[in-house]
Design a protein around this ligand. Structure first.
Ligand code: AP5
Ligand code: MG
Length: 219
């Protein structure tokens, strides 16, 4: 049976940073809904045109569009063993849709790491973030700067600041998270799958805690 890990946590807490490392260590695919939307926007697809205004405001893209995009992604061959889901599900409707689609893919949500940090930390992390144009590698001006300014260490592409990382937009994303995504914390806690992680620690320490807790729980 395929293994799916859902990374839960507010904007800017470090889900993407940790998901990349976890994917490398576990061999599971890394599926980031935000990266997929940004890819569609870059390629100016119909989906990208629809999604752009939502991302720019920091609002959620409608459930049906998001669920369709993820279903297509999870159907690809690299997800046969499972995936680290980063940014999906984000609403109760999406969580229910995930359960249904995983039955088709002979998989299940195994564990749900829930990473948290104070709002001031989230804003500081998001507003200093630098993202790589080619592959979405993640840096931070202060906490994780690239070796050469403005250039990705891994693929040499340009680093840019995400449009939705302006302080006002980050604040809206946090509000949207509290209203629409926080209910999932209880949903997964009730199912006994939640692993709470203190995201205010260093990147390395958070990775260690994540790996330890996934191992302890048999993953
Ligand atoms: P998405 O791209 O998913 O954004 P997000 O959830 O708001 O999360 P972020 O990517 O901002 O943060 P992160 O937790 O991944 O942190 P990161 O590792 O980068 O979504 C964007 C938009 O797409 C949404 O607003 C919505 O419009 C749409 N969307 C996406 N999914 C959707 C869905 N399911 N339904 C509907 N709409 C959807 O780290 C942040 C920064 O901090 C980096 O600079 C990093 O270097 C640094 N950092 C990380 N960890 C640490 C640490 N421990 N110490 C110091 N610095 C750290
Ligand atoms: Mg992210």
């Amino acid at each position: 049976m395929a293994t799916f890990i859902v990374m839960l946590g507010p904007p800017g807490v470090g889900k993407g940073t940790q998901a990349k490392t976890l994917a490398e260590k576990t061999g599971l695919a890394h599926v980031s809904s935000g990266d997929l939307f940004r890819e569609h926007i870059k390629n100016q697809t119909e989906l990208g045109k629809l999604a752009k205004s939502y991302l720019d405001r920091g609002d959620l893209v409608p459930d049906d569009v998001t669920i369709g995009m993820i279903r297509e992604r999870l159907g690809r061959v690299d997800c046969r063993v499972g995936a680290i889901l980063d940014g999906f599900p984000r609403t109760t409707v999406q969580a229910e849709a995930l359960e249904t689609m995983l039955k088709d893919f002979d998989g299940q949500v195994d564990k749900v790491p829930y990473i948290t940090a104070a709002e001031s930390i989230l804003v500081e992390r998001a507003s200093g973030r630098l993202t790589c144009r080619a592959n979405g590698h993640i840096y931070h001006q202060k906490f994780n700067p690239p070796a050469k300014e403005g250039i990705c260490d891994e693929d040499g592409s340009q680093l840019y600041q995400r449009e939705d990382d302006k302080v006002e937009t980050v604040t809206n994303r946090i509000r949207v998270y509290i209203e629409q995504t926080m209910p999932l914390v209880d949903h997964y806690r009730r199912g006994g799958r939640l692993i709470e992680i203190d995201g205010s620690q260093s990147v390395e320490r958070v990775t260690e805690e994540l790996l330890e807790s996934l191992e302890q729980t048999g993953k």
